[in-house]
Structure formats: C-alpha cells, structure tokens
Design a binder for this molecule. Structure first.
Ligand SMILES: [Zn+2]
Length: 425
C-alpha cells in the first residue's frame, strides 16, 4: 500500500515537471544525472572505458554544465561490440529491443527503457499535449487510439493497422478505422496525408479529436491537408528508436517541448562546442532513465536548435526544432550535399509540396521528385530548379518531376535522399 502510494507520487512528480519553471527542471535533471553517471561508470564497461580514456572520475560530473566534459557518443561506438559491453548486467534486462530504420546508415538495435511500456509513463511521454491543461489526468484513459504503423502492438483500446495493409487495401483499412471510431489517429506524415486525401476524395466521415504525426518531417502543406480532411488539430512528435518520444508539440505548434524529466538535449557545433539558444547544430541527447542500455551524450545524427524561452502556451520546458538528419547525404562530383541543404532550398515551397525526394541519377544529374499539394503550380518547377541549382552549382543538372507517391523504406517512412546512380550502372 505504502509502496504503491510512493510510486504514484514519484510518477506524478515526473508527469508535471514540464509545467514547472526552469530552475525546477534543471534541479531535477541534475539529480538524475548524479545518479546516472556513477551507475554507468560501475556497470557499463563501454562507458567505464570512455571515462577512463578521457581521464574523468564520475564524482566530477555534478552539474548539467559538467556534462560537456564527457565525450560525445554515437551509434558507431555501439556497433560491432558485444551486447554485454554496453548493457547493464548487474540486473536482468527487461526493456524492449528496438530496430532503427537504418535510414542514416547501418541498422542498429537499441534496448528501449522499460518504463516507456508502462501505461502511465508511456502515455505521459507520447500524448503529453492531452495533459498540459489537465495535469491531474495521468493517462489517455478511455481514448481509442488508431495507429497505422509497421510493427504490431496489442494494447487495450488501440487499433493497429499495418502500413502494408493500409497501402495494399486502403479502402478496407480506412473502413476499419472508421468503424473503430478513434479519438486519436497516429502515423507517419506521408501515411496521414494518404489517409486524409482518401477520406476527402470519397466523401467519408472520419473525425478524430487529434491526429499525431510521428517519425517523419511534417510539412506545412501536409499539416493543412490532414487538418482540413480530418477536421482536427495535428500534433507532431519527435522521437528516435533509441529513446522513444523525446518531444511533443503544444497547441502553439511551434517546436517540440522536450520531455525534460527524461532527457537532456544539447546542441553542439561541428567542433563540439555548445551552440547558443536558437542556433542550429547537432542534436545530442542524454537519456536520464535508461539504466539498462544507457545513452549518454548520444549524437542523434539530427540537425536542430533549442530554446529555453518561455513558450506562448506558458510552458518553460525547452523547445527543439529539427531540420533534418546529418547522416542523409548525396555525393555529387566528389562533393557531399546533406539532406538539410536540399531542405533549405525547398523550404519556401513546403506550403505547396506534400513531400519530396532528391534522387541522384548520375554523377552530374539529379531529379527532385515532388508530391504536389493543392496549391502547387507547374510554374513552381523552374523555381525549384533555380533554388536547388543555387545550392549545388551549375555543373549538376537538376530536373523536377511531379509524382503521385514517394517510395518508402521498410519501416514505412518516406526516403528523402536516394542514390539511383549505382543501380543505373
Ligand atoms: Zn508551448
């Protein structure tokens, strides 16, 4: 009885931290850090070795500012190492092994922290926007949630439609969702777009209270189409397989509020120096709760910025904005062009474009495949060519092709950068 009450109080403190001020948030994070660092030094051989090499004693890491003394880690340091090197063998492992999409390189299986699967904690992290004005509600209780996703899960009150079923027989999948009558529909942005256009085209009635977009860039054009067809707001969520949900939008839809009770997010420049508030750099995340396979100062491969300025919604929890992955790039004429450079070129067209894919056809020839939105006009094609050309120079020929769909990688996400020059040889 006493233990149950204690657990509930601990959870409630966790759940409402993002409603508190900056001082309370930083105090909480410091407390978790002081617990995390001695643990990784004693129980995780990989981190013990890293600390030793950097000549750092765990006792030196006392504040959030001390965190920057620790080396930055990445997927590369985990790959090809035995699992016992980076997992905590002082206890039995109860987390869930996840598989990343591999869109930024080699596949990698992280062990997700266990408490994400606990209903209270999971709901608090994934559907936080539901609770910000009602912190006494601690679960998405009674909410029927429909997911269109790759991997199945069997939770009470949840409907899971596999992405392949949705794509192979959209009519049946949509009817199944309508019959379920979901309060929340959750999927990748490109799948939500297809759902919305199907519903609109066939004059169907599907009115969830909220739509949640996960694990793909959500363009303003996609947001507009989905909101109009499904008559409800769309909340974008930022997460990675290594961490689960790192941040969620509030009703202002201006950046992701970091789940700051669980994660410390830093932005670093190319030299590893912390960037000022609002300056883009590499997104580095420390998970304060994964005791089984800890991720400390983990380079996500994403490019983003952070701000601790109070949001118009009233929250002090920091917000992050994500621009794109550092890992996704094309090599043209011996020079490397990152995905976010193409993002920058296409940025001003994103109210007209649902999604796009930059395809390398030969060493001197690329094609921008565009999935046009309702506001797109054929005269936008030459303007896109001009913008892209301004980034990559006149030596590379650029063409624009309107398509009806963008192919997906196995995890169901659209692929933004593609090299077809190898298969053309
Ligand atoms: Zn906000």
């Amino acid at each position: 009885m006493f233990n149950k009450l204690r657990r509930q109080i601990l959870f409630f403190k966790f759940h409402v931290l993002h409603l508190r001020g900056v001082t309370a948030i930083k105090k909480w994070q410091t407390g978790r850090l002081r617990r995390l660092i001695p643990m990784i030094a004693s129980h995780i051989p990989l981190y013990a070795e890293l600390l030793k090499k950097a000549d750092i004693r765990p006792a030196e890491i006392r504040t959030l500012a001390d965190l920057k003394k620790l080396p930055v880690t990445s997927k590369a340091i985990f790959l090809n190492k035995p699992v016992r090197e980076y997992t905590n063998r002082s206890r039995s492992l109860r987390g869930r092994w996840a598989q990343t999409s591999g869109s930024s390189g080699a596949p990698f299986n992280p062990l997700r922290r266990r408490h994400v699967r606990l209903p209270w904690y999971g709901d608090s992290l994934h559907y936080r926007f539901l609770f910000w004005d009602k912190p006494w509600v601690v679960r998405a209780q009674g909410m029927r949630i429909a997911h269109i996703r790759v991997l199945p899960n069997n939770k009470l009150n949840h409907l899971v439609v596999p992405v392949t079923d949705f794509l192979n027989d959209t009519a049946r999948a949509v009817q199944c969702i309508i019959d379920f009558g979901p309060h929340i529909i959750e999927s990748h942005a490109s799948i939500l777009f297809e759902l919305a256009t199907y519903v609109h085209k066939h004059g169907l009635v599907l009115s969830p209270r909220y739509v949640v977009s996960v694990s793909e860039n959500l363009s303003p054009a996609t947001r507009a189409v989905v909101q109009e067809a499904l008559h409800c707001p769309i909340y974008n969520r930022y997460g990675l397989e290594e961490f689960g949900t790192v941040g969620v939008e509030c009703a202002q839809h201006n950046g992701f509020h970091v789940n700051c009770e669980s994660f410390v997010v830093e932005i670093l420049d190319d030299k590893g120096t912390p960037c000022s508030d609002g300056v883009f750099g590499r997104v580095i995340v420390t998970d304060l709760y994964n005791d089984e396979m800890p991720f400390v100062r983990y380079d996500t491969g994403d490019c983003g910025k952070i701000s601790w300025t109070q949001c118009a919604c009233g929250l002090y929890a920091p917000r992050i904005w994500i621009e794109g992955r550092y890992g996704a790039f094309l090599t043209l004429g011996g020079k490397r062009y990152h995905h976010f450079e193409f993002d920058a070129a296409l940025d001003s067209f994103m109210d007209k474009i649902i999604s796009y894919q930059v395809v390398k056809l030969t060493e001197t020839n690329i094609c921008v495949r565009v999935l046009p939105g309702p506001a797109y006009h054929t005269s936008d094609g030459p303007d896109i060519v001009k913008r892209v050309q301004a980034r990559i120079g006149e030596n590379i020929a650029v063409s624009v092709q309107c398509v009806t769909s963008i192919p997906r990688v196995p995890q169901g996400k659209s692929q933004i950068i593609k090299d077809e020059s190898v298969s053309a040889l």
